[in-house]
Write a protein that binds this ligand. Structure first.
Ligand code: PEP
Ligand code: MN
Length: 362
């Protein structure tokens, strides 16, 4: 897929002086609830009102959404508040109904992006639409699958496209409901700088007290917008209760967020930035040289082990290296997590090289 500038026209045309904010409840529950939240969000920096009509629940027997009647409520929201409306579509029936009810923005949920059949079905049903279509990342940390979803939508002649980063599920318990894995979204953004990128801190966090920090990180990383779940009575919400914030709290969050400029044309800033960037270039070059010479030594060890028929993995030695690096790393202000990631990767590459040597000399 070429990098099409037109992909972000829809956002640029809105001419917003702040990030593009989508907010509203996880699920539309009742007409009163939908209207109450919408009225609290109108005349704020919120541009689009979200509400799930069909809810993909992990286990059966839970509230699965109000269905088509909720689209009438969203119609009322648009008419009475002027907010754009958006909901999740997960098959062609949802698409037809959402189009019939003139929903402005349709999003593809994380559980649908994992399934190319479903994404294709949605793309076919939407063919040529001038509605905005947002594609959430798949539940698993797979950039190609996400890109594949974008390609299926884009090649179905849909030009108003964007993506939503909602984090990735893992088996390990973490502080987040879905790990952000920011680097995946950042890689997507560097491949497609003109594709509007929206962060959904609610589904990353899973709990409301992390929403502010995640939103600020997204803005620091140059995201174009935020999708935040907001409910008039979060604790009693019919889905995702722990992560929703009241409209008042949302307004406070939006007020406290620092929006960074994309860049600055001031001479002082540019000069200082260029100077620091040349230092980074030199440091990166040094890093590469060091990694290269370390690998040469690892290969020599591989030959030595091969000649003496000794196993590659020496756990005791490896644990000693790691322990020492974590301690030394601390004195350089490097976190244990970072040191572990870097050294595990370096170690794996050494093992791969040594394994090649052992196989060759067999
Ligand atoms: C949602 O936005 O309410 C939702 C179900 O999100 P996700 O697809 O990210 O799980
Ligand atoms: Mn939700």
């Amino acid at each position: 897929m070429e990098n099409k500038k037109e992909m972000r026209n829809w956002l640029d045309e809105m001419n917003l002086s702040h990030p593009f904010v989508i907010a509203g409840p996880c699920s539309a529950e009742t007409e009163d609830q939908v209207m109450k939240i919408a009225n609290q969000l109108k005349d704020t920096d919120v541009t689009a009102y979200r509400a799930g009509i069909w809810k993909p629940r992990t286990r059966p027997g839970m509230f699965e959404g109000v269905g088509e009647i909720g689209l009438n409520w969203l119609g009322r929201v648009k008419k009475e508040t002027g907010l754009l409306t958006t909901t999740e579509v997960a098959n062609s029936v949802h698409v037809d109904l959402a189009l019939k009810h003139d929903i402005d923005i349709l999003w593809i949920g994380a559980r649908s992006t994992v399934n190319p059949f479903i994404v294709q079905e949605i793309a076919n049903a939407l063919k040529g639409t001038d509605k905005i279509v947002l594609i959430k990342n798949p539940v698993n940390p797979d950039l190609s699958l996400w890109l594949g979803g974008i390609e299926r939508i884009y090649t179905s002649d849909i030009k108003k496209v964007g993506v939503i980063h909602r984090g990735f599920s893992t088996y390990d318990k973490s502080n987040y409901r879905n790990n952000p894995e920011w680097q995946i979204a950042v890689e997507l953004q560097s491949n497609f700088p003109d594709l509007p990128l929206i962060c959904d801190p609610s589904h990353i966090a899973g709990k409301r007290d992390l929403i502010f920090d995640l939103s600020q990180t997204a803005l620091d990383l140059n995201y174009d917008g935020l999708m935040i779940e907001s409910h008039c009575d979060p604790d009693n919400a019919w889905s995702d209760a722990a992560q929703q914030v009241t409209p008042d709290r949302l307004i406070e969050i939006m007020k406290d967020l620092v929006v960074r400029d994309k860049t600055s044309l001031k001479d002082d800033f540019q000069n200082e930035l260029n100077k620091l960037r040349s230092q980074i270039d030199i440091a990166d070059q040094n890093l590469l040289n060091t990694l290269g010479s370390r690998m040469e030594v690892a290969k020599k060890i591989g030959i030595l082990k091969s000649d003496n028929n000794v196993a590659i993995l020496q756990n005791k030695r490896w644990n000693e290296i790691l322990g020492k690096m974590i301690l030394d790393g601390e004195t350089h202000g490097l976190s244990e997590e970072f040191i572990l990631r870097i050294f595990k990767a370096v170690h794996q590459e050494s093992i791969n090289n040594q394994e090649r040597i052992l196989k060759k000399n067999k």
